[in-house]
Design a protein around this ligand. Structure first.
Ligand SMILES: Cc1cc2nc3c(=O)[nH]c(=O)nc-3n(C[C@H](O)[C@H](O)[C@H](O)COP(=O)(O)O)c2cc1C
Length: 324
């Protein structure tokens, strides 16, 4: 029903709008729709057989929303009602940010892809904390994605959110934010984690970039293994040049990323059987979910397939897990 309504009605309307306008519209509708009524109409009843543990925290499904979908913690409560096991809120920096100049989000409809150069537009940590305060019951299904211009800013941001989620995701991998490139090396990851572990015991995920040179993951994983309760998200969008974006380059997401997501997962899992891995990139079908979980992913995050296939996708993926 939800799939049909989205494909033949909602998606057609939304795709007539500029992608950022469409995103804001959906976000605000979900924000304003009363949670209990939404749950009554669209609520997904989880089967305990698909629940899983991430760092001792039980989530009702291993499939969640990837960072960027809900940068300001507005749509998450109702997305969770639809059947997502968890949601990664953010990425948020401490101060409010406008992000890059527009146009900065493009649909590539023929390939079921998006290209973005947003660079973390968000209301900033304080505004999000206010909303989180009135939704404390969701803590066990939230990961907050934080970033910062310096290691100190990242640590400060972690401390703001540590009581509002079951894990933190440190985003050092957006191809659209030049400040982050300096963190993508063994020494900086070690330093960020070392500083974090001095102030918090919270589980932490490091979201790594999508890198062609696959051996480089070995170097980036090395510091991660030195600390307890640290996992990885593999991986962010694919950096590309695109003249349609005002800044001329951005990150590609969607269908074509799946093969590289699988390749990176296989590479990392082979040498690190114990590390907690979340996969992100191009996931859109039950078969892909099955493959990634069989190859050792602990949980999965989706973004672009939600835009192209609509909200019914999570029911389809959860039900697919039950039939495996
Ligand atoms: C419009 C847009 C905004 C995004 N914003 C963020 C972000 O703020 N932080 C982040 O870590 N990833 C961000 N991402 C990357 C997604 O979280 C995800 O890793 C990526 O899109 C690949 O997954 P997908 O193919 O399922 O979309 C964004 C992606 C898109 C399309």
């Amino acid at each position: 029903m939800l799939n049909f309504t989205y494909k033949y009605f909602l998606k057609r309307l939304l795709f007539l709008l500029n992608p950022e306008v469409a995103h804001k519209l959906v976000e605000n509708l979900l924000y304003l729709f009363p949670k209990n009524l939404f749950k009554f109409i669209f609520g997904y009843k989880f089967n305990s057989k698909i629940s899983t543990q991430i760092f001792n925290n039980k989530i009702p499904s291993p499939i969640g929303i990837a960072a960027g979908m809900d940068k300001n913690f507005k749509s998450t409560p109702n997305y969770l009602n639809l059947g997502f096991g968890f949601s990664v809120v953010g990425t948020v920096m401490i101060e409010p940010r406008k992000g890059n100049p527009k146009p900065r989000l493009i649909r590539d409809k023929s390939n079921n892809e998006l290209i973005n150069s947003l660079s973390f537009p968000s209301e900033g940590s304080k505004a999000i904390l206010k909303r989180l305060n009135s939704n404390s019951a969701l803590k066990k299904r939230l990961i907050i994605s934080v970033s910062g211009k310096s290691e100190e800013e990242i640590i400060e941001n972690i401390l703001l959110f540590e009581n509002y989620c079951f894990a933190l995701e440190i985003n050092i991998s957006s191809p659209n934010t030049s400040d982050l490139k300096k963190f993508v090396n063994e020494k900086s990851i070690y330093s960020i984690l070392n500083k974090s572990r001095k102030v918090t015991k919270m589980p932490i995920f490091i979201k790594l970039p999508r890198i062609d040179e696959i051996n480089y993951y070995e170097e980036l994983i090395r510091p991660i293994k030195k600390f307890p309760d640290v996992g990885v998200v593999l991986s962010n969008t694919l950096p590309i040049d695109d003249k349609r974006l005002k800044v001329g380059k951005g990150g590609k997401s969607g269908a074509s990323l799946f093969e590289s997501t699988l390749k990176i997962l296989r590479y990392v899992r082979k040498s690190h059987p114990e590390i907690v891995i979340m996969c992100s990139g191009g996931i859109s079908s039950s078969e892909q979910v099955r493959i990634l979980l069989n190859e050792g992913a602990n949980a999965l995050q989706i973004y672009t397939s939600l835009v192209y296939k609509g909200p019914g996708i999570i029911k389809e993926l959860n039900n697919g897990l039950l039939n495996n």
